[in-house]
Design a protein around this ligand. Structure first.
Ligand code: FMN
Length: 198
């Protein structure tokens, strides 16, 4: 089994990484011998999808400049990691009511027409089916099951678009609401993770 862990916080020692680590550890304990690949987007931020990147992606491979080929290769590496993974663990903090730009850049890299999704006469079809995704969320406040939670609907929709329907969410919330609330927030996430892998 191949597990891919994406740490999407902007910082090292992140709360969302703590939750993602707990998920990956449980996954490993129930799948002995599983191989874990960790991509830390704080250490190695993926470049944003800017005009140069779009130009590179839309230039046929045999006509790309060396710079354009190098830019596309960065995205290719992320796509290969995802394709090789049986399970994907995302560590996701809430920044300004949304997902961090680090995660958005990762999504922009892995969503590629003709490779991870395609359009058919019946509409879009995701090509990453059969994978399981676990999302460890870290939030300063509490948003679970409220209309202010833009992260969970967005992640369900975009992963579904890529063919991944099996997505579980684990919430560490209230982390900036005082030490007791933070302790409780982590404890809730850890209990939910333990229950999911029991
Ligand atoms: C730039 C920034 C924006 C934030 N925005 C929110 C927010 O909109 N809602 C919230 O509940 N917490 C917010 N927080 C708090 C983080 O979600 C919280 O500290 C979380 O634990 C950070 O996770 P990390 O350590 O994995 O980066 C924000 C923190 C930062 C640094």
């Amino acid at each position: 089994m191949n597990i891919l862990q994406i740490n999407a916080s902007a910082r090292q020692g992140a709360n969302s990484t703590r939750v993602a680590d707990a998920i990956a550890a449980r996954l490993q304990s129930v799948n002995p011998g599983a191989h874990v690949t960790v991509r830390d987007l704080s250490r190695n931020p993926h470049p944003i999808l800017d005009e140069a990147a779009l130009g590179a992606l839309f230039t046929p491979a045999d006509q790309r400049t060396p710079q354009q080929a190098a830019r596309v290769a960065l995205d290719d590496a992320l796509i290969a990691e995802v394709q090789a993974a049986d399970a994907i663990v995302l560590g996701v903090p809430m920044y300004n009511l949304g997902v961090p730009v680090q995660l958005k850049s990762w999504i922009d890299a892995i969503a590629r027409a003709g490779v991870t999704f395609r359009y058919t006469e019946k509409g879009p079809e995701g090509l990453l089916g059969g994978k399981k995704v676990y999302v460890g969320l870290a939030r300063g406040g509490r948003y679970r099951d409220t209309s202010s939670d833009t992260q969970v609907p967005y992640l369900k929709t975009v992963l579904g678009f890529l063919g991944i329907a099996d997505v579980s969410f684990f919430y560490a919330e209230g982390l900036n609401m005082g030490p007791e609330a933070a302790k409780q927030g982590f404890a809730e996430a850890e209990a939910d993770i333990a229950a999911a892998f029991a």
